[in-house]
Design a protein around this ligand. Sequence first.
Ligand SMILES: Cc1cc2nc3c(=O)[nH]c(=O)nc-3n(C[C@H](O)[C@H](O)[C@H](O)COP(=O)(O)OP(=O)(O)OC[C@H]3O[C@@H](n4cnc5c(N)ncnc54)[C@H](O)[C@@H]3O)c2cc1C
Length: 399
Amino acid sequence: MQENINVVVIGGGYSGVMAANRLTQSADVTVTLVNPRPDFVERVRLHQLVGHTHTAVRAFRDVLSERVRLVVDAVTRIDAAARAVELASGATMAYDHLVYAVGSDSAPAHVPGAAEYAHPTASLEDARKLRAVVDRSPAPAPITVVGGGPLGIEMAAELAEGGRAVTLVCGEQLGPYLHPSGRRSVASGLARLGVRVLDGPGAKVAEVTAESVRLADGRELESAVTIWAAGFAASGLAARSGLRTDAAGRLLVDETLTSVDDARIVATGDAAAPSGLPLRMSCQAALPLGSHAADTILSRISGEQPAEFTRGIAAMCVSLGRRAGVFQLARFDDTAMRLHVPGRLGAVLKEAACASPIDQLAKEARKPGSHSWIVKDSKRGERVAAQRAAGLAVAERAG
Ligand SMILES: Cc1cc2nc3c(=O)[nH]c(=O)nc-3n(C[C@H](O)[C@H](O)[C@H](O)COP(=O)(O)OP(=O)(O)OC[C@H]3O[C@@H](n4cnc5c(N)ncnc54)[C@H](O)[C@@H]3O)c2cc1C
């Protein structure tokens, strides 16, 4: 085995930290993590930051191995040919292997006025800015949350529980992922908190102004604060660096999580599109993807064929403030089942689901190689084969 192998991990979120910790199994590997902040962000709690029920920030020493060197900076370009990354500080960092773990950001809002007047929610900085805006607005001022997925639901509930007057504009449907019975539980939880829910074909936002939101069916809602929570979008870093991505901008990788363009680059978490069939952007997927990305690199270093990713995710949990939640069970291919746990027990399970990733990262820091994941998606191979047969994805590595 070659000695002193440099692995650079871009992005210190759930998947990047998991990968970095796991890579420390090998004494011959030097791991450097590049992240724009000196602290770890618990993204799954950013709505709590806005609602003043959590800071959503922790020291890296709680989750990151002491053997990983943290560099506080941002990668601006990957030069795959030179095996180096360029940093915002102007420095360049060489690598032997690279983990692309840059996560995701708020989905862009393509309606007039949204870029100027609607507040995004998906990053620490966005959430802090939004909290200041909400805090400055008087308590009875109407707040509009745009987005009927888990992000919008959790944000609306958190603010309503804090005494704010909230309207949730869902577009077509409240909680499209949820099973109808789980959706009914979410709807009644929101109703209990006093959230006004607007869904159906007319409930799409057509325009945002400083004081209002206009819907597709012409309804005009007074809105002192408008929050854009309509999902996530991939970082542009891979595409900017000339690496192939899926249509959403995630790095296109094969089933071992290796870039289809370069065997030295693996991707994980929200930023990865294995075979063009990405897992749902979630913390739940980020951890097994992170550990698999590390395993792929370690296999390659030791001259073994990396294994294919077979893990799945099996639930979606949605908080409805601090006292209620819905834990929606799913099949291993990530489709919702009728079975769900609502109410106070749902909240307890959701809190456990938010706390568990921190414990898993801390454990992997202490005992690298220990992370395991029992959920297997046994049908993934079939879907990948169908995708390949249809010629829809370029999942084989070139050369
Ligand atoms: C409010 C909210 C609630 C959520 N709730 C849940 C939930 O209940 N369950 C669930 O499973 N998921 C939830 N999610 C989604 C979950 O947080 C993400 O899917 C998860 O964080 C993805 O992990 P990741 O490691 O891929 O990316 P991230 O956690 O986003 O980490 C990426 C890191 O890369 C850094 N980075 C980005 N670009 C660069 C660059 N150019 N150079 C260096 N570093 C860079 C980022 O700053 C960040 O630190 C929620 C998200 C939000 C916003």
